[in-house]
Design a protein around this ligand. Structure first.
Ligand SMILES: Cc1cc2nc3c(=O)[nH]c(=O)nc-3n(C[C@H](O)[C@H](O)[C@H](O)COP(=O)(O)OP(=O)(O)OC[C@H]3O[C@@H](n4cnc5c(N)ncnc54)[C@H](O)[C@@H]3O)c2cc1C
Length: 282
């Protein structure tokens, strides 16, 4: 469908973007446009103006603070993440495996998170990495944890007139390993279930664990009961048994039944646990 006439605004700084978002009625952020432009073409969204943040230098790229925290600009593309020497391998691999070159060259980590499509790659990974989300608005800045940022299907804490400026990922301990597994409908389509496991392993014992599922629920789903089972256990392949009988509240959709998704979530979680243990012994 041909787009209706729409105002296109291209600010140079995050502050200018926020000013435009508060001043121009019915304006929305345009990042990579990989979802938003499709929504406009399908008439699923009818904003009056687009505030394009894709070329704002301050929102692009990866840097590191003295304590090792990675600061990833919200408009950093998947392609830039995939080739960054700074980001953790788990982040670079996820970016490199995303869909196709066109989406990787345009799509941004900020757009991925702000959309919070339950099947998206980054929300569960960033939840497992304890990321923080820096949000700028007319009245100042907020820094939110993943459980405060992701509010449900296609919903985040970013309010009208606000801009996600960066995603901040705390330094991983040298004893940390991260593994992610997923099942998707086709090579470049929606995920049925994702599992992300982060383990800290010292002398063969798990000292900390994050276990997060994606695509089964509106937002990334942390599984604290399974994390408790893992901490203190020996990092052996038997850890995968912690996934047995996984109970998650999920739903039928056009791709599969709730029962199938639940079962596939368990399979992905077993695989991710096994992969994490394997990495911890290398
Ligand atoms: C064919 C195809 C297959 C895909 N498959 C996958 C997949 O398997 N996994 C996956 O994770 N993604 C997938 N995507 C989605 C893709 O990753 C999108 O890039 C992503 O969902 C949105 O990122 P974007 O930068 O393009 O954002 P846009 O489309 O520009 O924006 C998306 C939404 O976020 C808002 N927004 C964007 N940036 C900000 C910001 N900094 N602050 C506040 N609000 C903001 C916009 O206003 C809009 O509402 C696919 C896309 C396509 C076209």
């Amino acid at each position: 469908m041909i787009l209706p006439p729409i105002r296109y605004l291209r600010p140079d700084t995050p502050a200018d973007a926020v000013a435009l978002l508060s001043e121009v009625d019915d304006s929305v952020v345009l990042a990579g446009g990989q979802t938003l432009l499709n929504m406009l073409k399908l008439d699923l969204a009818q904003p009056a103006a687009l505030v394009d943040v894709h070329r704002i230098d301050a929102l692009r790229g990866v840097s590191q603070t003295e304590d090792g925290t990675l600061i990833v600009g919200a408009a950093t593309t998947y392609a830039a993440l995939a080739s960054s020497a700074e980001v953790y391998p788990a982040v670079a691999q996820m970016a490199a495996g995303l869909v196709d070159r066109q989406v990787r060259n345009r799509g941004t980590i900020g757009g991925n998170c702000c959309l919070n499509d339950p099947t998206n790659n980054f929300p569960p990974l960033l939840t497992a990495l304890d990321a923080r989300f820096r949000v700028l608005g007319a009245s100042g800045e907020r820094v939110l944890r993943a459980d405060e940022f992701f509010l449900g299907t296609l919903a985040t804490a970013v309010g009208r007139g606000e801009l996600l400026t960066s995603v901040e990922i705390p330094a991983l301990s040298p004893n940390s390993v991260v593994a992610h597994e997923h099942l998707q409908v086709g090579a470049d389509s929606w995920a049925i279930a994702r599992a992300i496991v982060r383990l800290d392993v010292t002398d063969g014992i798990v000292t900390d664990a994050r276990v997060v599922l994606g695509a089964v629920y509106g937002s990334p789903l942390r599984l604290p009961e399974i994390e408790r089972l893992l901490v203190g256990a020996q990092a052996t392949p038997e850890l995968a048994d912690a996934a047995r009988g996984l109970e998650v509240d999920t739903a039928d959709d056009v791709h599969c039944s709730a029962a199938y998704r639940r079962e596939m979530a368990e399979v992905q979680l077993r695989r991710a646990l096994r992969a994490a243990v394997e990495r911890s012994t290398r």
